[in-house]
Design a protein around this ligand. Structure first.
Ligand code: ADP
Ligand code: ZN
Length: 608
C-alpha cells in the first residue's frame, strides 16, 4: 500500500486513520469517516478505488469542485471522470461508455442525478465496488448544509445491496453523525473519528485596532500568499478590498449579493493564484478546496465558535504552517444584535446570543485557544502548551506572525521561480496550480535542488505520473538556477551507496535524519516533512539501528531522569521499552522512554 501511495500520490506515509479506513474498505465493509478539513479524507476512497475490481462512485454536492478533483486525479495518472449538469448530452454519453468499458476507476456524480431513472439504469449496468458519499452531513437536517437530494441515496442503496458505502464528513457534531448512520442505513458501520486538531494552524486574537495597517503588514511579507479576510457585511468586503488594493495588495471581494457569473470569476481567479487575497462574507468558502491558503483573518466577530472553526479550517489544508487571526472587539456583539432581532423565535434568539457569548469567551481567553476550540467539540486536549496560539507562545507568536516566515530555510528565490513555472504550466492545461504540485513539493525542490530524475522522484508529492509529466521541466529550471548560482544538489545522502551498512536505509528516513542533524526539533522535522513526530522518531531509530550517525545533542532532557532511564535499560539488558517502563513505573511515560532510547542509541553509535 505504501508503494501505491508513493507511486500515485507521491506521499511516503499515511495520515492518521487513513490506513485503517483503507483496510476496512478493502475488506468490503461500510464506514463513516469523521476528519477535519485537510485530514485527507479523499485518499480513503481513492486508494481503494484503484485496488478494487470495479468502479467507485463518488457522490459529492460540490459541482464546482468536481472538475478540479478529477483534474488532480488525472494529473496523478488515475483514470477518473465526472457527470454533472455542466456537461452536455454527448459528453455525458462519452463518460458513460468509458465507465461501462471499465476505463474509469472513479466516477464523481452530483446527488440530484441519482433520482433520474436513466441514471439509475446506467449505474446498474456498472460493476460498482464502492459508493463514497462525500460531505455526508448534507443528508442531515441537523447539519449546516442540508441537501434534500442526498436522500436519493437511499433508493440507490436498494439497487446495490452488495456495494458498500463509505460516508465522509468534516462535521463532528454528534447528532449529525447519528443521523448520517441512520439515514444512509449503514450496515455494521465502523465509525472512524480522528482528532480535530489542526497542528499546523496557529491561532491569534488581536485587538480590533489599526486593522488595515496590520493586515497590510502581514500580506506584504509574502505578496503571493493566498489569504481570506472574512467580514460581516457585503459593504465591508468591498471597502476592505479597495483599501488593500490602494496599498498595493492584490485583493478582490466576494459576497452573495454579486451576480453568479462574477462570483465564479472571482473564485476562479483565487484558485488559479491570479488574485491573492479575497475579502468575503461567509458565503465564500464551501466550494474552495485550495490547499495553500496561508492566512484566514476575521476582521469582524464571527457569529459562533463552530463557524469560526470551520472558516479558519480553510487555512493550510496542505499541512504547511498557516495563520488564523481574529481581530476582536467586544463591541462587535451589537452588530450581530440587529440580525438576532430579526429571528422568529425567542428560542432561536437565545441560542444565537449564547453562541455569540462563546465567541466573546474565546476572544478573552487567558488560556490555550486551541484547547478551547477542541474542547468545544468535545475533544480533550492534553498538552499544556500547544505551541501555536498567542496565549501559549506570546513571544514566538509575535515573531512568526510578523515575519510571515516558513519554517525551513528553503531557497525563496528558487521557490518563486518554481511557483511561476507552476502557474504557467497550470494555465496551459486549464487546471489550478496546486494540481501540478503543492507548495510543499516546491519548497522541498528549493531546499534539496534535485538534479536528476531519481532525486526528483524522492520529493514529497512527486509520484510516478507527475515525474513523467513535469519532472524534466522542473529539473531544467532547477539545474539552470543551480548552474547560475554555483549550487550543488543537496539531497540527503542515500545510504545504499555506503556499503558498510547491513540494512539499506530509505531516502525518506534519510530526509528526517538530515533535518534532525541540522539541529531541528522532532516537532520541527515532523512539520517540515508532513509526518507525525512519532514517525520521525522511528526514522531516527531505524537510521541508528543501521549504523547511521544521528546527532541528538540538541535534545533537552532532565539529567536525573535520563540517568534513571539509562540505568533501567542497562539492567533490562536490551532496548525493549516495556520492561523498562515496568521497572520505572507510572512516573515515566512511553514517549519519554522512547526519546531517551534515541539519545542512548545515538551516543553509542557516535562513540563507535
Ligand atoms: P479533506 O477532504 O479531509 O479536507 P483532502 O483529502 O483534500 O482532505 O486532503 C488534504 C490535503 O492533504 C491534500 O492536499 C492531500 O493531497 C493531502 N494528503 C492526503 N493524504 C496525504 C498523505 N498521506 N500524506 C501527505 N499529504 C496527504
Ligand atoms: Zn495554545
Amino acid at each position: 500500500m505504501l508503494d501505491k501511495l508513493k507511486k500515485y500520490f507521491g506521499y511516503d506515509e499515511f495520515k492518521p486513520l487513513q490506513k485503517e479506513v483503507i483496510d476496512h474498505v478493502m475488506s468490503g465493509r461500510e464506514g463513516l469517516v469523521l476528519m477535519p478539513t485537510g485530514g485527507g479524507k479523499s485518499l480513503c476512497y481513492q486508494l481503494p478505488a484503484l485496488e478494487m475490481a470495479g468502479i467507485t462512485i463518488v457522490v459529492s454536492p460540490l459541482i464546482a469542485l468536481m472538475k478540479d478533483q478529477v483534474d488532480a486525479l488525472r494529473a496523478n495518472g488515475i483514470p477518473a471522470a465526472y457527470i454533472n449538469s455542466s456537461l452536455d448530452y454527448a459528453e455525458i454519453a462519452k463518460v458513460e461508455r468509458a465507465a461501462q468499458s471499465g476505463e474509469i476507476k472513479l466516477l464523481y456524480l452530483a446527488p440530484e442525478r441519482l433520482a433520474i431513472p436513466r441514471v439509475q439504469e446506467f449505474l446498474v449496468s456498472l460493476k460498482v465496488s464502492l459508493f463514497a458519499v462525500d460531505e455526508a452531513h448534507c443528508i442531515s437536517e441537523w447539519g449546516h448544509d442540508f441537501r434534500p437530494d442526498y436522500r436519493n441515496l437511499r433508493a440507490v442503496r436498494e439497487l446495490f445491496p452488495c456495494a458498500p458505502v463509505l460516508a465522509l464528513t468534516a462535521t463532528a457534531n454528534k447528532r449529525v453523525k447519528e443521523d448520517i448512520l441512520d439515514q444512509l442505513k449503514l450496515r455494521d458501520a465502523k465509525v472512524f473519528q480522528s482528532s480535530f486538531d489542526r497542528p499546523n494552524l496557529s491561532y491569534r486574537v488581536m485587538p480590533k485596532k489599526q486593522v488595515l495597517q496590520k493586515l497590510v503588514r502581514f500580506l506584504q511579507n509574502d505578496p503571493n500568499q493566498s489569504a481570506i479576510i472574512y467580514c460581516l457585511s457585503r459593504k465591508r468586503t468591498e471597502k476592505m478590498a479597495a483599501d488593500l488594493k490602494a496599498n498595493g495588495i492584490n485583493a478582490a471581494f466576494y459576497h452573495a449579493g454579486m451576480e453568479a457569473d462574477r462570483r465564479s470569476r472571482v473564485q476562479e481567479a483565487f484558485i488559479k493564484d491570479k488574485v491573492s487575497v479575497i475579502c468575503a462574507t461567509i458565503a465564500f468558502g464551501m466550494g474552495i478546496d485550495k490547499p495553500d491558503v496561508r492566512l484566514v483573518a476575521h476582521v469582524d466577530m464571527p457569529k459562533s465558535v463552530e463557524g469560526y472553526y470551520q472558516e479558519t479550517g480553510r487555512a493550510g489544508r496542505d499541512g504547511l504552517p498557516s495563520k488564523c487571526i481574529l481581530f476582536f472587539s467586544k463591541g462587535d456583539m451589537f452588530k450581530h444584535e440587529y440580525f438576532i432581532r430579526m429571528m422568529d423565535s425567542a428560542l432561536e434568539q437565545t441560542r444565537a446570543r449564547k453562541q455569540l457569548q462563546d465567541v466573546v469567551e474565546y476572544g478573552e481567553l487567558k488560556n490555550c485557544r486551541r484547547s478551547y476550540l477542541l474542547e468545544y467539540f468535545g475533544e480533550e486536549y492534553s498538552k499544556n502548551n500547544c505551541g501555536g496560539c498567542d496565549v501559549c507562545v506570546p513571544v514566538v507568536a509575535e515573531k512568526t506572525f510578523s515575519a510571515g516566515a516558513e519554517v525551513e530555510s528553503f531557497d525563496e528565490e528558487l521557490f518563486e521561480i518554481l511557483r511561476g513555472l507552476r502557474r504557467e504550466i497550470a494555465e496551459g492545461r486549464g487546471v489550478p496550480p496546486y494540481v501540478i504540485f503543492g507548495d510543499k513539493s516546491l519548497q522541498q525542490m528549493a531546499l534539496y535542488y534535485p538534479q536528476s530524475e531519481e532525486s526528483m522522484g524522492q520529493i514529497f508529492g512527486v509520484g510516478k505520473e507527475k515525474l513523467a509529466q513535469y519532472g524534466e521541466e522542473f529539473l531544467t529550471y532547477i539545474k539552470a538556477y543551480c548552474e547560475d548560482k554555483d549550487l550543488q544538489e543537496n539531497m540527503p545522502q542515500f545510504v545504499e551507496s555506503r556499503t558498510i551498512f547491513k540494512t539499506a536505509v530509505s531516502s525518506t528516513v534519510m530526509m528526517s535524519v538530515d533535518l534532525f542533524n541540522k539541529k531541528k526539533s522532532l516537532d520541527e522535522v515532523a512539520n517540515l516533512r508532513g509526518l507525525k513526530p512519532l514517525s520521525v522518531l522511528e526514522h531516527l531509530e531505524k537510521a541508528l539501528d543501521s549504523g547511521v550517525n544521528v546527532d541528538a545533542s540538541h535534545l533537552t532532557f532532565n539529567e536525573d531522569r535520563l540517568i534513571a532511564i539509562v540505568e533501567a535499560f542497562k539492567t533490562s539488558g536490551g532496548y525493549l521499552l516495556s520492561p523498562v517502563k515496568e521497572k520505572l513505573g507510572d512516573d515515566f511515560g512511553y514517549d519519554e522512554l522512547r526519546l531517551a532510547r534515541l539519545i542512548i542509541k545515538s551516543q553509542i553509535t557516535n562513540d563507535k
